[in-house]
Design a binder for this molecule. Sequence first.
Ligand SMILES: Nc1ncnc2c1ncn2[C@@H]1O[C@H](COP(=O)(O)OP(=O)(O)OP(=O)(O)O)[C@@H](O)[C@H]1O
Length: 390
Amino acid sequence: MTSQTRSSAEQGLWDALSRVNDPEIHRPITELGMVGELRVDEAGAAEVPLKLTIAGCPAAQRIEREVREATLAAPGITAAAIDVSVMNPAERQAFVELVRGPARPVQFGPDSLTRVIAVTSGKGGVGKSSLTASLAVALAQRGLSVGLVDADVFGFSIPGILGLSRDGVTAQPTRVGDMILPPETHGVKVISIGMFLGDADPRSTAVSWRGPMLHRTIEQFLRDVWFGDIDVLLLDLPPGTGDIAISIGQLLPQAEVLVVTTPQEAAADVAVRSALVARQTGQRVIGVIENMAGLAQPDGTVLELFGTGGGAAVVDRLNSSESAAGQPPVKLLGSVPLSPDFRAGGDSGSPAVLTRPDDPAAAVVLEIAGRIAAQGRGLAGKSLGVTPTR
Ligand SMILES: Nc1ncnc2c1ncn2[C@@H]1O[C@H](COP(=O)(O)OP(=O)(O)OP(=O)(O)O)[C@@H](O)[C@H]1O
C-alpha cells in the first residue's frame, strides 16, 4: 500500500505511527518496514500489522504499547487491533540493510566522524575500567551519543560497573540477522565479551584466547555490532601492551589514547610503555588521568596511599620522549582521588557520576569529561571530500 492508495483515515494513522520510534534503532517504525498494510473501516476500527525483527524481541511489549497508543490517538480511530508477527528472513535482511547499509565495513575507519578514544594503562587495577565507564556516562550526560567497547577480554568488568550484569546474569545484545544491537544503559551503548558467554556465569568464567582469536573478536565488535551514528566510541583496553592494543592500532589507527596511571612510580613506568606502543601504531595520546590520588580524611589531612606525582611523571616522560616529535603536548587531564563512594557506585552498577556528582572523585571525572568533549576530534590527515576551487 502506498500513500496514494490509503484512505485519508489510513494516511492519518500512518502519519501517527511514523512518530513511534524503534527503541533500539531510534528511527520511525514505518521507515524500518515494521508496519504492514494497515486498514481502517468505516466505523474507524483500525487493523495494524506490526512486524517485529525477531521472536522474543526485548522491546516487543514497549513497541506494541506505543503502537496501540498512537493508533487510538490518530484522527477518527475508534478501535485498534494490533496484529503482531515476526519478519521473515527476507524482510529481516531488508531491515538490516536499511539500518546498516548493504556492506559490512569495519566501522569507525579513518573517514568516520566518530571520535574513537582508547583507554589504556600499564598496570591492572589502576581504575581504568571504572574511569572509562564513568567517562562514557558523563559524556552521554552532556548530550553526546556514546558507545563503549569493553575490549578488556580477560578482565571484562564494564557490564558490572554499568549495572548490565547482576547476580551472574548479563544483559544480552539483540541479534537481527548478522547485526548485533548493543544493550544501552545510562545513555551508553555497551558491548563486552562478557555478553557472549552464553549461560556461563561471567563471575567464574575465564576467557583464555590467543592473539588471532582476540583480533577477530575486536574486529567483529567493530563490524557486526551496530552503534549507529555515535559521537564518541570509548574502548576499555586490557592493561599492558599486548595483542589487543596492537589490534586496535591496526583496526583504528586514528584512535586517540587516554592513559590511566596511579600516583605510584611503578604504575607510571608501565603506563609510559603502553602509551609508547600506542604511538608506534600511529595513535595520538590525548592525555593522562591520574587515579587513586590522595584520600581526604575526616580531620582534613590527606592520605597519600599511593604516593604522589605519577600522573605528572607520565606526562613529562611522554612529552620528552623521541616519539613526541610532531605530536601536540600531552596534558594531565585530572587527578581523581580515592573515594569509597566512587568505588561503591561501580560495585552496585550505579556510577557515582550519576548518583553522587558531588563526590570528590566523581566531580573530577565530570570535569575531565568536559575537557575531553571540548577538545573535539582532530581532523588532521582526514579527507574532507572537498576539492579546492580556483
Ligand atoms: N578513585 C577510586 N577510588 C576508590 N576506588 C577506586 C577508584 N578507582 C577505581 N577504584 C576501584 O579499584 C578497583 C579496580 O578498578 P578497575 O577494575 O576499574 O581497574 P582496572 O584498571 O580496569 O583493572 P583491570 O584492567 O585489571 O581490570 C575497583 O574495585 C574500583 O571500584
